[in-house]
Design a protein around this ligand. Structure first.
Ligand code: ATP
Length: 369
């Protein structure tokens, strides 16, 4: 479903790659946490999956498509299968809750009848049917994030990418958002979520991929947050270090750029980059609402095995992947050199990059075909 083959990303003007030779496979139905210190490459991973950035080297397949072969004009079509949720909600401030959610469907040319049915259904799912006519500023932060999630899932995407979706929320509200994401995942949507929230990760026990200085240092099927917060941010030109833990031994001999990764005792490491905010007790209170991820066990095992094979230093027992989930149809190759800076509508896959807007900047965004 999502595959990185030897992907590196180096931003212009930087000396150290944000991502360094990443191999990764995420299968249908998984719920995956991306964890790691600030600057370790989590958001870069998500932006690459969304084709908001392109890799410097390596290839990325999402939903069977080689992202390198998708032209800028076709990016909105590709993104229709992806929902995106950000830390800062990114709602349209002058539109009601219902209009914010409907916006996604309007711009991809869904009929009025479809929209009139889908929007209330989705608002009901996120528990906001009573607030459909409110404006975003009349909502709490948690409610605004639920609108953003409703907007992301109203078109029933196969994949939901979430970049610190609880980062601006209090612990109890965060637990509610995670319950909602669990429900969405249980309905079949693959979720990849970058987070600093140890309480959430520890309680949910889903697949955890840990990045350190742009490399995968841990991939656990039912992982916890681990000692991630003890991993120092790596400044330009410094030698990268990763915290060794019982669950996540540091890869001996792994490299970051030209520098060796040298394990450093926890006592000698820099202070935590981000403090965990949601205590386990809060997550435990939300637990009865969780749906056990039984249906995803097989694919999660398979994905863990594939990633383990790709990142040979990470000890995970291999299992046979289900054959139906492993086919990766590849689209015909077309070349594309640049991914331009994108507007919100473009980032959400609602308008082709560079497509014209009208005076309001947000209405004239119909089908781009
Ligand atoms: N547009 C950019 N231009 C230059 N460097 C960038 C850009 N975006 C990210 N970086 C750098 O790439 C590295 C990885 O950044 P990224 O945002 O992916 O990390 P992160 O793990 O998501 O961090 P955080 O937890 O703080 O959000 C960092 O060193 C960052 O400074």
């Amino acid at each position: 479903m999502i595959r990185f083959d030897n992907v590196s990303k180096k931003y212009p003007g930087t000396s150290r790659p944000a991502l360094n030779s990443i191999d990764l496979e995420i299968l249908r139905g998984e719920f995956v946490f991306l964890v790691g210190a600030s600057g370790s490459g989590k958001s870069s991973c998500l932006r690459l999956m969304l084709k908001e950035e392109k890799p410097s080297t390596g290839s990325i397949h999402v939903l069977g498509q080689d992202l390198g072969s998708i032209s800028n004009r076709k990016v909105p079509y590709f993104r229709r299968n992806l929902g995106v949720v950000f830390q800062d909600f990114r709602l349209l401030p002058n539109k009601t809750v219902a209009a914010n959610v409907a916006f996604t469907l309007q711009v991809i040319g869904k009929s009025r009848g479809f929209i009139q049915e889908a929007v209330p259904d989705t608002l009901k799912m996120v528990g906001l049917e009573e607030k459909a006519q409110r404006l975003p500023h009349e909502l709490s932060g948690g409610e605004q994030q639920r609108v953003a999630i409703a907007r992301a899932i109203v078109n029933k995407p196969q994949v939901l990418l979430a970049d610190e979706p609880t980062g601006n929320l209090d612990p109890v509200t965060s637990a509610g958002i995670m319950t909602l994401l669990e429900r969405i995942n249980a309905s079949g949507t693959t979720i990849v979520m970058a987070t600093h929230e140890a309480g959430i990760v520890d309680q949910m026990k889903r697949r955890v991929i840990e990045l350190s200085a742009g490399q995968i240092v841990r991939d656990e099927r039912r992982g916890g947050y681990g000692a991630t917060t003890a991993i120092p941010v790596v400044a330009e030109g410094q030698i990268a270090t990763a915290a060794p833990t019982a669950e996540a031994p540091v890869a001996v001999g792994a490299t970051v750029g030209a520098a060796s990764v040298a394990p450093v005792p926890l006592s000698e490491q820099a202070p935590a980059a981000a403090a965990p905010k949601v205590p386990t007790s809060v997550m435990e209170n939300a637990q009865p609402l969780y749906i056990e991820p039984e249906v995803t066990d097989d694919v999660t095992d398979a994905a863990a095995a594939i990633t383990a094979a790709a990142t040979s230093s990470i000890p995970i027992v291999p299992v046979e992947p289900p054959p139906t989930t492993m086919s990766r149809p590849v689209l015909p190759v077309a070349t594309e050199n640049d991914v331009p800076a994108l507007t919100l509508a473009e980032k959400l896959g609602l308008r082709a990059p560079g497509a014209k807007t009208n005076d309001t900047g947000e209405q004239e965004v119909g089908p781009t075909r």
